[in-house]
Design a protein around this ligand. Sequence first.
Ligand code: FMN
Length: 302
Amino acid sequence: MRKRTIIGLFILLSICMITGCTKKEEPEKKNIITNGNSAVIYFSATGITEKIAQRIAEYSKSDLIEIIPKEEYTKQDLDYNKDCRANKEQSDSEARPEIKNQIDISTYNTIYLGYPIWWGTNPKIILTLLDTYDFTNKTIIPFCTSGSTDISGSVIDLRNYNTNLTIKDGKRFSANDSDEKIQTFINQYNEVKNEMKVVIQNEEYRIELEDNDTVKQLLNIIPLELQMNELNGNEKYVYLKNPLPTNSKVPERIEKGDVMLFGDNCLVIFYKSFETEYSYTKIGHIDNLPDLGKDSITIELK
Ligand SMILES: Cc1cc2nc3c(=O)[nH]c(=O)nc-3n(C[C@H](O)[C@H](O)[C@H](O)COP(=O)(O)O)c2cc1C
């Protein structure tokens, strides 16, 4: 069984090498989006985990922080068919490769921790990270990329390494995994809030939210400032830059204050009630919404 897994792994690795998973280009080291609360901290030797890390940071509005090894891993260092540096480190229980950069984790409650799988587990530099900084009272959500090995073995190893840490089950990704898989992963670990605020013409209103994937994803992309267009004397609408998950149905009646998604990217606020034959995914409802007039409006969702 173990032999078959290892053969499978090496077939996958060979495909990976042929298709060009070689040394990554110089990564962009600046943070993508910040809310001061969560960070994606990752190590990536050939750039695959890095791409997933960037996408997780973007969708979860986390800071993006790379773990940069003091001694960079060369192609030879990663040549696992030989007695390479990576193999030596993985089989040496004392190995703690040095980290070049200082990482400030003090402001984060949640850390998405990313790494490639090396010989069934996390690279030893992840242990250096756990040794260097105090992760107690933080939630660690691991993610990995690999030829085929799942994340579970590495999570068991990390939990055994420091039993004081809160380490979630996490997820393994492939280089080309869909945005939906990344969003589902993030949503899984984020509480659903049941309200959102919207500022319309300098007045703040509360949107009572539905509990669905559309809302979860919308919560991931706020705050947003949007210019909404007028339509039919009863609604304001705006096309969002990226689609949201949908679960649409015909509500038969629209109520004044309903906030809906039309299609997968058209956000609509209705300011009059009427019967409809169109289908929408309901996002929520605003009580006490006034007539919004005939002009386009600017709103802020937060
Ligand atoms: C030394 C070494 C050991 C590896 N061991 C495994 C393994 O046990 N299982 C697996 O599925 N992939 C293994 N891989 C493949 C990597 O996990 C995979 O290519 C990963 O996506 C690379 O991520 P990175 O580009 O972020 O470094 C190994 C790669 C190296 C260099």
